[in-house]
Design a protein around this ligand. Structure first.
Ligand code: ADP
Ligand code: ZN
Length: 431
């Protein structure tokens, strides 16, 4: 199903012409109205007039997270304060957050992109969407809410937490779709499991939209099984409106990124050089429809690749692969670059492993992975436990080339976060 069939299936040359037109407008807008951008453009020897073709975007300077923080709270606005309607900030845990302002039109565009996303996975006005994301400064709550309302679905703004109540709402109001983080989905599935099979049968739940933090294909499969739903990957970030930037369609084969709202590039995170389709690198996004606070060539720090080829659904907006992690999540242990997702992938593919894990790095450069296992195995035979421990050690060693200590723990012992999950505890730093 399409929300805006013509725009979603626009042929590539027309889509690219639209992108170029919007890119020029956006560049002219920030150059004319934002002193910071004007100076940055000048320092790089470019003006909006240099943008003759789409490829010329590479002449423009990047905008980094630091740049947003430097311009906090409102120095990147292209409009007067009283013309803004909403403020969101990123959930960043260190320093000043990144503040993003929206005009009425900006909110409308963001909601419209989400409406496309929900519609392509089958949501209609007959659906009931329970939004289990925190409402507040975080875009995951409010923006998704507006998008689902646009489609006309009944939206239950349940926010995150209070899991018993979530299940009650799901039962009483016939929730068909939920929006949540993977870590909360794992927690929810735990509580649901305890309620028993009969309870699950009473629910009308069909789909889960999962995003806001990286997760592996293995975790997705696990959640699909536990919740008995289809899980659709949903990618977004506050700086780019929040949810609805890229989303899986009914074929669940990569996420369509709405190219009439963003220009995407993949670059080598070290050199900043553009990479061809199919190669993994850092995703760079330029807003094309932002009125209040356009952002040029934003370095998302998120690692992904553009999937070559067409999608069976007929949409022409290109797809990106599952986010492999953030450039900042990577840690280096004894000279080896490691992403938490590599460890998650191995853990989640092994039987008897439960849902939660943590990675500890200690001062002697040792890695310990604490992982929850099934109650049955935990209480059972010691030999079997040892076997699992050895199996996990070997599989991880094969993946990350380092032999970790494996600590098997009882299910429910590791803390569950209501926000974004913290997986890596690096105790190597000496202050
Ligand atoms: P913060 O950067 O402070 O966490 P946001 O709440 O805006 O602020 O989070 C956006 C980030 O969340 C993205 O840059 C990305 O790293 C991560 N993210 C969002 N959706 C997904 C997804 N589907 N898969 C992987 N990571 C995601
Ligand atoms: Zn598709």
């Amino acid at each position: 199903m399409f929300w805006q069939k013509e725009l979603e299936t626009l042929n590539r040359s027309r889509l690219e012409a639209l992108q170029l037109k919007r890119l020029r407008e956006t560049a002219a807008r920030v150059y004319g109205k934002v002193p910071y951008y004007r100076k940055l453009f000048k320092n790089n020897g470019v003006t909006p007039a240099h943008l003759k073709a789409l490829q010329d975007i590479s002449k423009l300077p990047f905008t980094t997270r630091d740049d947003l923080q430097k311009n906090y709270p409102d120095k990147l606005l292209t409009i007067k304060h009283h013309d803004t309607m909403r403020l969101h900030t990123s959930s960043g845990t260190t320093g000043k957050p990144k503040a993003v302002f929206f005009t009425r039109q900006d909110i409308d565009v963001a909601a419209n992109n989400i409406a496309r996303c929900l519609t392509m996975t089958g949501v209609t006005k007959k659906d009931v969407l329970q939004n289990m994301m925190s409402y507040g400064l975080f875009t995951g709550g409010l923006m998704m809410h507006y998008g689902a309302e646009k489609v006309g679905a009944l939206v239950i703004p349940s926010a995150i937490g209070n899991t018993e109540r979530q299940l009650m709402l799901m039962e009483d109001f016939g929730t068909t779709s939920i929006h949540l983080t993977p870590s909360y989905a794992l927690y929810l599935s735990d509580v649901l499991e305890k309620k028993g099979r009969e309870f699950r049968k009473k629910l009308k739940l069909k789909r889960a939209y999962m995003g806001a933090e990286p997760y592996t294909e293995e975790t997705k499969n696990k959640i699909e099984k536990l919740l008995q739903v289809k899980v659709y990957n949903s990618y977004g970030l506050t700086e780019m409106n929040g949810p609805g930037v890229a989303f899986e369609c009914e074929f669940q084969a990569g996420m369509h990124l709405w190219e009439d709202s963003y220009i995407m590039e993949i670059v080598d995170p070290k050199t900043g050089k553009q990479l061809p389709d199919g190669e993994s690198g850092e995703l760079i996004l330029t807003t094309l429809t932002r009125e209040g606070m356009p952002i040029i060539r934003y370095r998302t720090r998120d690692l992904t690749a553009i999937l070559p080829g067409k999608c069976k659904c007929g949409r022409t907006h290109r797809r990106i692969t599952r986010i492999k992690g953030r450039a900042d999540d990577m840690f280096i242990l004894r000279g080896v670059n490691i992403y938490p997702q590599q460890i998650e992938r191995v853990l989640m593919s092994v039987a008897h492993v439960e849902k939660n894990y943590q990675i500890y790095l200690d001062a002697n450069d040792k890695m310990t992975v604490k992982v929850e296992i099934t109650k049955k195995l935990f209480d059972g035979d010691l030999d079997k436990l040892k076997k699992l421990q050895l199996d996990l050690t070997e599989r991880l060693r094969a993946e990350i080339l380092i032999r970790p200590n494996i600590e098997l723990v009882e299910p429910g012992t590791l803390p569950v976060s209501e926000g974004k999950a913290k997986r890596v505890f690096d105790n190597r730093k000496i202050y």
